[in-house]
Ligand binder design. Structure first.
Ligand code: ZN
Length: 485
């Protein structure tokens, strides 16, 4: 790890929306607010009108239990909600219903961990707790929060169910924070409680300090991708202040995504300012072992277990299997594919993995898509691997097919339309090799002192045949011809 960050202490509070819940946490309003007309999914409860009474969404408790089990937390058998008091337009009640692990209260679950791997070193990021709370309304600023002349409020989001996942202050670099979030996202995907790719479904507050100095809390980092950048900026800001002989103050700062800086929101904000007290309108939540057992039974295989199994079942390396399992859709795609052809063995398992993780991944990144956005089918990559194995096409030709493959076109159809087949005919290969030697005397001369120059000659033959010649046969032929020269 970079020694730059030896004195850094980071703790993260991640808020995730349980987007797979149909309704809000304390009322039956539609929770799927994205794309909806503002302020249309509301009722007296989520608008906080006097006299309205909340009731808990049972499925939210089930989802929280799933996550707690997946993160290895200790679930508290009896918990109750608190009112977290503050006055702001995003909360018309004047308080947020949340859980609190002090003043006699408990979080939904305590402890837990997420294992991250950075530069080959494993580390457990220990969690403090996870708890349930309601999402406040969505504020829409015109431009930057600092300069916006007005703010619009959409109460559709008000009351949507959030789970807050709080780490201990044990993260020691922005890169480690990035890896932690990557693993958390993966685990959440496997539990099936949320789709964190949705805008605003994951938000992060980060506590950052340099050892021996006051910490700052950076709020409103609105996507996982921004966290590493925000942390780096904030660390740099703190270092600069110290260098100039100034002392840091405890403050809350805002991550301005557009300007890519943090700006001070308020200083001297402490927990007691929220005057937490028990929410008397909700009954305590009692969770017994039987309920936990039932939820556990339905929990799917988690990414870390799956990675171990992929190594066993398909003889993959740790690197390959860890990468494959990160996105459940990719891992499912992989297993669907390799299991569909009984003739596949270790060699094909590895090849299939390479095509998926290198070539398909590159296409997805370039097109900013996920697997589900494409028409790619697991069987196509099986066909691809088999076509290469049977010598019908070369790897180079296969690579040139990727655009079409991503559109769901079958390999045989691409070969038919593009007319690209592997050339293994000895005469054709020899003729092309002879020509390449004749046309490139300089490379041939170079070859006498530098045997690696043969690659350039093979490349010339590839160019002449549009990549269709078999590279191994070509190499053997070329070597023979050069010997005879
Ligand atoms: Zn409502």
């Amino acid at each position: 790890m970079s020694s730059n960050y030896q004195d850094i202490i980071i703790g993260l509070e991640v808020h995730i929306q349980l987007t797979k819940l149909r309704t809000k946490l304390f009322c039956s309003c539609n929770a799927d607010y994205r794309g909806a007309e503002p302020n249309t999914f509301n009722c007296p409860i989520c608008l906080g009108l006097p006299g309205s009474l909340p009731t808990i969404n049972k499925k939210a408790i089930k989802f929280a239990t799933r996550l707690a089990l997946a993160l290895d937390c200790k679930i508290n058998n009896s918990t109750y909600f608190f009112r977290k008091n503050y006055f702001y337009v995003d909360l018309p009640k004047g308080f947020q219903i949340s859980q609190y692990n002090k003043a006699g209260g408990k979080a939904f679950a305590d402890g837990g961990k997420i294992t991250v791997k950075l530069n080959g070193v494993k580390k457990d990021i220990v969690l403090n707790r996870i708890h349930l709370e309601e999402d406040p309304a969505r504020l829409v600023h015109k431009g930057s929060i600092a300069t916006s002349p007005y703010t619009l409020v959409d109460y559709n989001r008000s009351g949507v169910c959030l789970i807050e996942i709080v780490t201990e202050p044990v993260i020691s670099s922005p890169e480690e924070a990035r890896e932690y979030l990557k693993q958390l996202k993966s685990i959440v995907q496997y539990t099936g409680i949320a789709d964190l790719d949705l805008t605003g479904a994951a938000r992060v507050d980060a506590n950052i300090s340099i050892k021996g100095h006051k910490r700052s809390e950076v709020k409103n980092i609105n996507s996982f991708k921004e966290v590493e950048r925000a942390l780096k900026w904030e660390i740099q800001r703190q270092r600069h202040l110290l260098k100039r002989g100034k002392e840091l103050i405890q403050e809350t700062r805002h991550w301005d995504e557009k300007r890519r800086i943090t700006i001070s929101l308020r200083t001297k904000e402490f927990e007691e300012d929220y005057r937490y007290f028990p929410e008397q309108d909700l009954v305590p939540i009692a969770i017994n072992e039987d309920f936990i057992r039932k939820v556990k039974m339905k929990l799917p295989e988690m990414p870390s277990e799956r990675s171990l199994r992929l190594r066993r079942d398909y003889n993959l390396s740790e690197f390959d299997s860890d990468n494959l399992v990160l996105d459940k859709d990719i891992a499912d795609f992989y297993e669907d594919g390799v299991n569909s052809d009984p003739s596949f063995g270790s060699k094909e398992f590895k090849q299939y993995c390479n095509w998926l993780m290198n070539d398909v991944f590159r296409q997805l990144n370039e097109q900013n898509k996920t697997l589900k956005d494409t028409k790619l089918h697991p069987k196509q990559l099986v066909d691809l691997v088999n076509h290469i194995k049977e010598g019908k096409i070369t790897t180079k030709i296969a690579k040139s097919f990727m655009d079409e493959i991503m559109k769901g076109t079958s390999i045989s159809k691409i070969i038919d339309t593009k007319g690209k087949k592997r050339i293994s005919n000895a005469e054709i290969i020899e003729r092309n090799c002879v020509e390449a030697i004749k046309e490139n005397p300089k490379i041939v001369e170079d070859y006498r002192t530098n045997p690696k120059a043969i690659e350039a000659l093979i490349g010339k033959v590839m160019g002449k045949t549009k990549g269709q010649v078999d590279p191994e046969i070509t190499r053997t032929k070329m070597l023979k011809l050069l010997e005879e020269e």
